[in-house]
Design a protein around this ligand. Structure first.
Ligand code: SF4
Length: 609
């Protein structure tokens, strides 16, 4: 008895065939599940240099060993692929119900390979895997499509869908499931390139019996009683992620006007309190009592008159201060507009902010922008830009490639205004005011993600956010921890009051696997996951030069940023040296052979030579 399925479903879109394969038990001990297991498979199965948008790329949907059990906040799932935005390995974490349904269907992983000739949907039920033409669904938004799939296959159907942006190959298209999205890195673009409009599952709910069931049930009860009165949980349930908006403004690290400034007048108009007042109902993921989401009314755009689960902090940042805006209704509407097309809100907002700054600096003019006046805060122009990006028309065809490619195409000084790392547009934290976080973003194996290693102690001021010494070790540690969290999966927002000692207990009672029996082992697994992701990237040609920050971070002191005013990253090299040393990598950013051997990744050495 165990809570993992031990099987994967392999779907080949080129031949419209599928097969079930056994997953070796050792893989769980070495990589846990979800992000870790998917990284192992992607590393083993992808040849270097393949086109992320070609049939040789694979899309791996993966769920955690604890998903579908009574533990709260452990049923999210991940999408792993080679990103068309960064060219690196990528994983995007998503909530909703779909992950639990994968587990109910009997799979820890679904590997989607090849590509269909025409747009298709794939449906999984008790009788097998069914491929259908999706011609009639072309261009349909993901929320409507999910309803149509429920009508077609039954109301308990859970699905993961793309919108028009994925079909049009915008490089940062998302995958939608329920009210949640796997937003980042162009995972929806890969799905679009494979001509897969949706994958759906309708199977009976299955009980997953833990290895030590009585102990596991005690642990579930204990977790529920911890969560009940935990202040962080209460805050997340009431406010959700928007609560952080005013905190970051006060710290001077909320990016304003494409990271030119670090705080904005009128922040109260888009505070956690403001969005709390606009909340119509709670929302959340499968088996999670934190329920950090919130349904809010949409006024304008194709979803006008309906409600969406959002906006989260990152949408508030990307369609608020980043564009010089403090209008809660506009932010909600822009968020809904992106959802309608299946666009990542962060990359969309940063791409628009990039265009606005180029407009401000006179690098582009109305003749380059389909006549749009891209003065900061022009809301109508922003709506038009979202639509142009989703349709890859006019200036949207340039911005839909992401700011890195857009800047390369424009040439000249444009690159100075592209706020990206390894091609991934930055989230809502200015690295100049939280330098360890900056190091984490610079070294992240999926590009400039804020979710690759989150230094909570630095963000809460326990550690000096401005110092540039002694950060390498702690960032290596938080990246290992995030790898464990993403592989269980323990939700970052729903894990209040939990510890790695408790994860050891959960995993051991659930699976009986010896490798999970100590926190030291768990951290070793976290290190292995980060390392295999780095090996993937090294094999693709990534080195130290790619562990970088946008030029602005190392050359321009932060302005109008309260306590962070004047801050910038002065010695990235020193930070990198410390980080590489902490993880046993050489100065070129490549894991040393001894480290690979220690982590049991000797095979990777051969692949890297
Ligand atoms: S805390 Fe929020 S994001 Fe996390 S599992 Fe719960 S509802 Fe989903």
């Amino acid at each position: 008895m165990t809570t993992f399925a031990g099987k994967l479903l392999r779907i080949d879109l080129s031949s419209s065939t599928s097969k079930v394969e056994k997953i070796p038990e050792q893989y769980f001990g070495d990589f846990i599940s979800a992000r870790g297991l998917a990284a192992k498979y992607l590393f083993d199965e992808l040849k270097p240099d393949i086109d992320p948008l070609g049939p040789k790329n694979k899309l791996i949907l993966s769920v955690g060993v604890l998903a579908g059990t009574g533990l709260q906040g452990f049923s999210k799932w991940t999408v792993t692929t080679k990103s068309p935005l960064t060219g690196t390995i990528f994983r995007s974490v998503v909530g909703g119900n779909f992950g639990a349904w994968m587990k109910h269907a009997g799979y820890d992983l679904i590997i989607i390979q090849g590509s269909a000739k025409n747009l298709v949907t794939v449906h999984v039920d008790k009788s097998g895997v069914h491929f259908s033409s999706a011609k009639e669904f072309s261009g349909i938004d993901p929320r409507r499509l999910q309803k149509l799939l429920k009508e077609k296959y039954g109301r308990h159907t859970e699905s993961a869908c793309i919108g028009a942006a994925g079909e049009n190959l915008v490089r940062y298209a998302s995958i939608t499931s329920g009210e949640r999205t796997a937003s980042r890195g162009g995972v929806g673009t890969v799905m679009g390139a494979k001509n897969l409009k949706a994958i759906s599952i309708n199977v009976p709910v299955k009980k997953h019996i833990p290895f030590d069931n009585p102990r596991f049930q005690e642990l579930v009860k204990q977790q529920i009683s911890i969560l009940k009165d935990h202040p962080r949980k209460k805050n997340m349930t009431t406010m959700g992620t928007p609560y952080i908006t005013t905190v970051l403004d006060k710290m001077g690290i909320i990016p304003v006007k494409n990271f030119q400034e670090g705080s904005i007048p009128g922040i109260d108009k888009i505070s956690g309190k403001k969005f709390y007042d606009l909340k119509m109902a709670k929302a959340g993921c499968y088996m999670c009592m934190t329920r950090c989401g919130g349904m809010r009314n949409v006024i304008e755009g194709p979803f006008g008159g309906t409600q969406i689960d959002g906006p989260e902090y990152e949408s508030i940042y990307a369609f608020g201060p980043l564009l010089g805006i403090t209008d809660s209704a506009f932010i909600t509407d822009a968020n809904a507009f992106c959802d309608f097309y299946g666009l990542d809100v962060i990359s969309t907002g940063v791409s628009i902010a990039f265009a606005c700054e180029l407009f401000e600096k006179g690098i582009i003019s109305a003749s380059d922008t389909n006549g749009l006046d891209l003065t900061w805060g022009n809301k109508n122009a922003i709506f038009s830009l979202i639509e142009l990006i989703a349709k890859m028309e006019g200036i949207g065809a340039l911005l839909g490639q992401g700011v890195k490619r857009a800047a390369e195409k424009l040439g000249g000084a444009a690159g100075s205004y592209a706020m990206e790392i390894k091609g991934l547009e930055l989230a809502g934290y200015d690295p100049r005011g939280v330098k360890g976080y900056g190091l984490s973003m610079a070294t992240s194996n999926i590009g400039g993600s804020h979710m690759y290693g989150r230094p909570r102690e630095e963000l809460s001021g326990i550690v000096d956010p401005f110092t540039e010494t002694d950060k390498g070790l702690s960032i290596a540690q938080v990246q290992k921890e995030q790898a464990i969290d993403d592989s269980l999966i323990a939700c970052t927002f729903g894990n209040s009051g939990l510890s790695y000692e408790m994860y050891v207990e959960y995993l051991t009672a659930a699976t009986g696997i010896k490798a999970f029996e100590s926190t030291d082992n768990l951290f070793k697994i976290g290190e292995r996951i980060v390392c295999i992701e780095r090996c993937f990237n090294v094999r693709e040609g990534f080195r130290r030069k790619d562990d970088s920050l946008p030029k602005r971070m190392t050359t321009e002191p932060l302005r109008k940023a309260g306590p962070s005013t004047g801050q910038m990253i002065r010695n990235l090299d020193k930070l990198l040296d410390e980080y590489y040393e902490a993880l046993g990598y050489g100065k070129n950013g490549v894991p040393k052979p001894g480290k690979l051997k220690e982590l049991g990744l000797d095979g990777a050495i051969k692949n890297l030579s």
